[in-house]
Design a protein around this ligand. Structure first.
Ligand SMILES: Nc1ncnc2c1ncn2[C@@H]1O[C@H](COP(=O)(O)OP(=O)(O)OP(=O)(O)O)[C@@H](O)[C@H]1O
Ligand SMILES: Nc1nc2c(ncn2[C@@H]2O[C@H](COP(=O)(O)O)[C@@H](O)[C@H]2O)c(=O)[nH]1
Length: 217
């Protein structure tokens, strides 16, 4: 983390933010998200609920909360979700409980969600949301990444490729657009976005007192 203990501005109270990462399937948002969570102790993953089957290596409660459709429908009916959407025939949603209280305490959250969820979160929590869209360097490279990941059948890959263009068409609903060509360069850019967004005046709730002290006669 970049905070330096000798800089008084780094210890001021701050409202948390919601960093949303979207992209066509396979462009690399899960990879970048994992790197960020490893590198930055001040951001926490928002673990979504989904009705899709776990992929090899995915851990329940860490990568997703894997739930049945009946359980998902019950949670939706009881207002437990901040947003939800159907993607590739499965249901996905962001649970409400963890996020809202954390933001007040300065906790940042990371969301790997699609454009439909992004729109819903933006409508509800506009001032907290930072929207980042990742693009692949080319459509051929996107196909290579989906195939190379080795987690999906050819049918599933074909469906994801089929949908890629319509997902890319939502690029202009985001605050930042980053091309994920070289993974390290892309990660660096996402870190820079996060660092700058944390410094926004509106998030720095402790600034008023600090500035008053500086201006005191
Ligand atoms: N910059 C990159 N260069 C080469 N390969 C990459 C790059 N970024 C990600 N990959 C690889 O591409 C594959 C897809 O990446 P990832 O699973 O992160 O995509 P995703 O956008 O999260 O997809 P989904 O929406 O389906 O979850 C992975 O095998 C990953 O290792
Ligand atoms: N609106 C939401 N979209 C979500 C959520 N969690 C994941 N997603 C998106 O679904 C697709 C497919 O994900 P995969 O893990 O099955 O490959 C991808 O675009 C995710 O960003 C969510 O809670 N809400």
């Amino acid at each position: 983390m970049v905070n330096s203990p000798e800089n008084p501005a780094d210890t001021l109270a701050r409202r948390g933010l919601m960093l949303i990462m979207s992209s066509p399937s396979g462009a690399g948002k899960t990879t970048i998200s994992r790197m960020l969570l490893e590198h930055d102790a001040h951001i926490r993953n928002s673990v979504s609920c989904t009705t899709r089957q776990p992929r090899p290596g995915e851990v329940d409660g860490k990568d997703y909360h894997f739930v049945s459709q009946a359980e998902f429908d019950r949670m939706a009916a009881e207002g437990e979700f901040l947003e939800w959407a159907t993607v590739f025939g499965n249901s996905y949603a962001t649970p409400k409980a963890q996020v809202k209280a954390g933001l007040k305490d300065g906790q940042d959250y990371l969301f790997d969600i699609d454009w439909q969820g992004t729109q819903q979160l933006y409508q509800k929590l506009e001032r907290d949301v930072v929207r980042v869209f990742l693009l692949p360097p080319s459509i051929d490279e996107l196909r290579r990444r989906l195939t190379g990941r080795g987690t999906d059948s050819m049918d599933v890959i074909a469906a994801r490729m089929e949908r890629a263009r319509s997902e890319i068409s939502h690029w202009d609903g985001y605050d930042y657009v980053v091309v994920n060509d070289d993974i390290d360069q892309c990660f660096e850019k996402v870190k820079q976005i996060l660092a700058a967004e944390r410094m926004r005046r509106a998030r720095q709730t402790g600034l008023i007192g600090f500035v008053r002290e500086l201006m005191a006669p």
